[in-house]
Design a protein around this ligand. Structure first.
Ligand SMILES: Nc1nc2c(ncn2[C@@H]2O[C@H](COP(=O)(O)OP(=O)(O)OP(=O)(O)O)[C@@H](O)[C@H]2O)c(=O)[nH]1
Length: 567
């Protein structure tokens, strides 16, 4: 029987792997790698900012620009970053001596990272190392200057490095919810970068069933003006192969696998525990083929690592020409997920064994011509002016229903000065509280009326009465319930209390309501404090003054009882 001995020497000893964290962002990424624990590889943090540097405890540290920036950062100036690293060139060089593979983690856009990254890369290459750069690109909100500095450095790195993996922080933002803080966004990005670094290191340093060498990595990541596509996924337990592939494709760098469609070389590496089966590998590769062009050169590697236990990890690496990446539509993500059942979370492992027929090229349905929607009309937020409506038919005012006669419980006659007591009236039904009267109080709020509302009149033409609300809320053209409104700083409820039978007169505009003079209140002959006086004598009385006074058994019920008794 012929037996083959595998040559474990094909892989790189961990001692010859160095991971460098450069600048503030690089140090954060490195810290994450150190925290996650990566056996064997040496870690080096290097920065101009001595405070950030001293916080790192995971490995070797080299200060840049000791004399130039004197422990401060490069202040966003890449030239300063360049000069700072040249001061420490010898130290860096000796630290990289004999290393076969160097991973450089850096955030581009600032001074230290953008200025020093190309120089470190050059030094490492001169020392004979294979250099993989993991670089983040700044968020859009960081401004044009940072983006331009990052682009300049990226162009240099594309030429100098062996492989360049870029992470756009803007896309990293997709890893967290919009409402989450910048800290969470950075942390999610660092986590993703750290996972990528670990996957690549696993790929080149672990002895495998089918080995992937540096030459394979190089051909997958050819950096002649191209950017790396990278995805790494891990899953364990049932259906782990399908889920690991789905996780890898979900990487923001792969656009859910859509970017692999034009890849010429794709490196795939699988790593699993001792129970990794050939069947799983086969199914996984079948699933992946849907994303990779038929003619693509697929470099495959697999490794059994007992430390993986029941986990399975897949790493996908490829490269696309830069101009191609720029042209890739951002919304290809949703398109890809519609194209492939693998990306449907409801879909399980069955989609491998029983693949659905490839749906035809998805074509966006033409959007129907938007109807001229009157609700979308933006009207300046001024006082509400209702549109002229047809004159309403004037109907005779219905006779108001006679109100129940108020009943008074006779009070026992007081001996001396009796305290004023009015027997509580029996209320047939509790009535909701009356809303605040619609009276402007200039002292309370000097804001003009309606200043806080975002309402606009709705076009009522052709609408039924039910549809004709007085207002339309801009944010939501047809709200189920209008949001709380504020007028002069006071909340106004839409639910009005029970109304008496109203006249059929059309509602008058609010400003047309005549102001009501407050009655004067007089208590004990003296106005209390600054309060004004209420004169009962001058106030109108009776339901229909002069015609139907409220007189019952000879008593004028419009007078308070104590006044009645005195008479
Ligand atoms: N992913 C990630 N990106 C970061 C983080 N911190 C900063 N960045 C990004 O990296 C860019 C450079 O920031 P730093 O690394 O702090 O800057 P520097 O290279 O040290 O340069 P100076 O501060 O000028 O000395 C920023 O514009 C951010 O876009 C981080 O923790 N994680």
């Amino acid at each position: 029987m012929i037996s083959y001995t595998r040559d474990p020497q094909q892989t790189i000893p961990t001692s010859s792997v160095k991971i460098i964290g450069l600048g503030g962002a690089g140090a954060n990424m490195l810290e994450r790698v150190a925290l996650d624990g990566l056996e064997g590889a040496e870690l080096l943090a290097t920065n101009t900012d001595i405070r950030a540097l001293s916080a790192f405890v995971g490995g070797q540290k080299i200060q840049l620009g000791r004399n130039l920036t004197k422990g401060l950062g490069a202040g966003g100036d890449p030239e300063l970053g360049q000069q700072a690293i040249l001061e420490a060139e010898d130290e860096i060089r000796s630290s990289l001596k004999g290393r076969r593979i160097v991973f450089l983690c850096v955030g581009l856009g600032g001074g230290t990272g953008s200025g020093a990254a190309p120089i470190i890369t050059r030094i490492a290459r001169e020392e004979g190392a294979f250099v993989v750069v993991f670089a983040t690109m700044p968020f859009a909100f960081e401004g044009r200057r940072r983006r331009e500095q990052a682009d300049t450095a990226l162009n240099e790195l594309a030429v100098l490095s062996n492989a360049l993996v870029t992470f756009d922080n803007n896309r990293m933002g997709e890893l967290v919810l919009a409402k989450q803080g910048i800290h969470e966004a950075f942390s999610a990005a660092d986590h993703m970068i750290c996972e990528s670094i670990k996957a690549v290191i696993r790929l080149v340093i672990r002895p495998g069933l089918i080995n992937v060498g540096l030459d394979d990595l190089m051909s997958a990541l050819r950096t002649n003006r191209s950017r790396c596509l990278f995805g790494s996924g891990l899953a364990k337990g049932k259906d782990r192969a399908a889920r690991a592939l789905r996780n890898a494709l979900a990487s923001p760098l792969l656009d859910q696998g859509a970017l692999l469609k034009d890849a010429q070389t794709v490196l795939v590496h699988l790593s699993g525990g001792e129970d990794l089966t050939l069947y799983e590998i086969e199914l996984l590769m079948q699933g992946l083929q849907k994303f990779v062009p038929e003619k693509a050169h697929v470099l495959f590697g697999a490794a059994v690592d007992p430390a993986m236990a029941d986990s399975l990890s897949i790493t996908l690496i490829s490269a696309l020409p830069e101009d191609h990446l720029a042209a890739a539509p951002r919304d290809s993500l949703s398109k890809a997920s519609r194209e492939n059942p693998l990306l449907d979370p409801s879909d399980g492992f069955t989609s491998y064994s029983d693949p659905e027929p490839e749906p035809e090229e998805f074509e966006e349905e033409p959007e129907p011509e938007p109807e001229p929607e009157p609700l979308a009309k933006v009207v300046p937020l001024t006082r509400y002016e209702p549109e002229p409506e047809p004159e309403p038919e004037i109907q005779p005012e219905p006779e108001p229903e006679p109100e129940p006669e108020p009943k008074f419980i006779p009070q026992a006659a007081p001996k001396e000065e009796p305290p004023v007591q009015v027997a509580p009236e029996p209320e047939p039904e509790p009535k909701p509280e009356q809303p605040a009267p619609f009276i402007a109080d200039p002292e309370e709020d000097d804001e003009p009326p309606f200043a806080e509302t975002t309402y606009a009149p709705r076009n009522t033409k052709g609408k039924s009465e039910d549809e004709m609300d007085a207002f339309t809320f801009f944010d939501n053209p047809a709200p189920a319930k209008a949001p709380a409104k504020k007028l002069w700083g006071k909340p106004v409820t839409d639910e009005l209390p029970e109304q008496k039978p109203a006249s059929s007169q059309p509602e008058r505009p609010r400003e047309a309501i005549p102001s009501v003079e407050q009655p004067k209140l007089k208590l004990g002959g003296k106005p209390p404090g600054n309060q004004s006086e209420l004169s009962f004598e001058s106030a109108p009385r009776g339901r229909f003054e002069g015609q139907s006074p409220n007189v019952v058994d000879g008593e004028d019920l419009d007078l308070p009882p104590f006044l009645r008794k005195k008479r």
